[in-house]
Structure formats: structure tokens, C-alpha cells
Design a protein around this ligand. Structure first.
Ligand code: HEM
Length: 234
């Protein structure tokens, strides 16, 4: 019974909140659909923490596509042995995860210690940083510590097929009941994070065209090192 709740009801509930919440905010409060820049309040640490975090998350996202969405049969079919996969996953995922964590910690300390920034921060800002921090810290623990000290856990035969089964509406919840607790926790908190997105500045991840990684933090003034919008569009 608990298995059905956590691995069927709960994920669909969180995804429903995500989708309905995004549609609601897009329809009724589109003007707030952004992550307000704090560059004018503090620049030095932002320019270190923000790219570290964002590039780390891009690499970790690609890692999730490779580990959770691509079936194990594909890797075996193209001759990637399970051992080879895990070595690469620990190295690549480990570096990506450490970038995410380092960036997040820099951004959080910056938010807490720069007074002007602290007074401008909302509860939502802290909620999103905390959620991402907990999910990422668990991910890094799983990738670097659990995999090397306990067992290189084969999530491609449990978490992967379960996650994919959610999208064709026949959830194989029984696959999740034997998964180690720390992996289960990572996923449950990740779904809570998904549900929180429409209520925080994390909505900016769905903005398109996705120029966030390369654009100037503030759009309406040019800066050394950033090309002007008109030049970029040529
Ligand atoms: C329901 C969605 C998710 C699933 C099924 C999932 C699953 C996983 C798995 C299987 C790993 C690999 C652990 C290992 O190598 O042994 C992992 C690692 C990790 N996860 Fe997630 N995860 C999810 C969502 C997220 C989210 C939303 C974030 C970030 C906010 C995140 C951040 C990380 C990080 C930083 C790592 C370590 C680096 C890496 O391997 O990419 N995960 N996750």
C-alpha cells in the first residue's frame, strides 16, 4: 500500500501541481515569470557561483537522461559494459554534482551574508535553494560515496524502468520497493521540488528561448565580455 502511494499517487500528484501551477502562473501572472537579477546587489560571488551551479545542473541533467531515460539494453547493445558505465557515471556525475553543490553553497552564503541581498530575498528563494541543495547533496552522496563504499547500485534496472513507466501510465511501482532508502529519498524530495517550481523563481527554467547560460545577467545594459543582443542575433 505504501509502495502505491509513494511510487504512483505521490509522483502524479506532484506532477499535476507542477503542470496546473505552471499553466495558472502563465495565464494569470506571466509578468512574474522570471528569476529577478541580483547582480546590482552583489556581483563578485554571483559570477562564480551562478555559472558553476548552472553548468553543473546542465551536466547532471544530461547524466539523468543517460542513466534514467536510456534503457540498460541500449548500453549493452552498443557494447558498453556495466562496469564501464558505472566508472563513467561516477566520474562524470561526480564532477557535475560537485559543481552543482559548490555553486549552490556559494550562492546560499552570498544570499545570507550580503545584507542588501538578504533583505531582498523571499521565502520562496530560500525554499528553492534548500530543495535543490537537499536533492543535489543526496545525489552527490549516492554517486560518489554510496557507489564506491557500499555498492555500485544498478538503478538502470529499477529506478529507470519505473520512471519511464510513469509516462506511459502503467507505473511499475513494485520496482521501487527494493531501492536503497537514500535513492528513494532523493526521488521523493525531487518530486516535492518539481511541485514547488510554479511558486518560486525556479519557473525561469522553462523560459524559452533558453539564453540564460550565455546572456548578461541584466538584459538592459551592455557589459564587457558579453556581446550585444543585436550582434548575437546576426
Ligand atoms: C524524479 C527525478 C529524479 C530521479 C529519478 C533521479 C535519480 C538519480 C539517480 C539514479 C542518480 C545517480 C546516482 C548514482 O550515480 O548512483 C542521481 C544523481 C544525482 N541527482 Fe538525481 N534524480 C532525480 C531528480 C533530480 C533533481 C531534480 C536534481 C537537482 C535538483 C537531481 C540532482 C542529482 C545530482 C546532483 C546527482 C549526482 C550527480 C549525477 O549523478 O548526475 N536529481 N539522481
Amino acid at each position: 500500500m505504501a509502495g502505491i502511494f509513494w511510487w504512483v499517487v505521490f509522483p502524479y500528484m506532484m506532477l499535476t501541481i507542477l503542470i496546473v501551477g505552471l499553466l495558472y502562473r502563465f495565464t494569470f501572472n506571466q509578468v512574474s515569470w522570471t528569476a529577478p537579477s541580483t547582480e546590482l546587489l552583489e556581483k563578485k560571488w554571483l559570477r562564480i557561483g551562478s555559472p558553476l551551479f548552472h553548468w553543473g545542473i546542465v551536466f547532471a541533467f544530461i547524466g539523468h537522461l543517460m542513466g534514467v531515460l536510456i534503457p540498460i539494453s541500449f548500453y549493452r547493445g552498443i557494447g558498453v559494459s556495466d562496469h564501464m558505465y558505472h566508472v563513467l557515471a561516477i566520474l562524470g556525475g561526480g564532477i557535475a554534482g560537485l559543481m552543482v553543490l559548490a555553486g549552490l553553497i556559494i550562492l546560499l552564503i552570498r544570499r545570507l551574508t550580503v545584507k542588501r541581498l538578504r533583505t531582498q530575498s523571499s521565502t520562496g528563494d530560500y525554499v528553492s535553494v534548500l530543495f535543490v541543495l537537499i536533492v543535489s547533496a543526496l545525489g552527490v552522496y549516492m554517486t560518489i560515496i554510496y557507489n564506491t563504499t557500499v555498492i555500485a547500485y544498478e538503478y538502470r534496472t529499477t529506478i529507470g524502468p519505473w520512471f519511464r513507466s510513469l509516462f506511459y501510465f502503467q507505473p511499475k511501482y513494485e520496482l521501487m520497493t527494493t531501492v536503497p532508502f537514500v535513492f528513494q529519498l532523493h526521488i521523493v524530495v525531487a518530486f516535492l521540488l518539481f511541485a514547488s517550481i510554479p511558486f518560486t523563481s525556479l519557473v525561469h527554467m522553462f523560459s524559452f528561448p533558453a539564453r540564460y547560460p550565455t546572456r548578461a545577467p541584466i538584459q538592459y545594459r551592455s557589459r564587457i565580455g558579453y556581446r550585444r543582443q543585436s550582434e548575437r542575433d546576426k
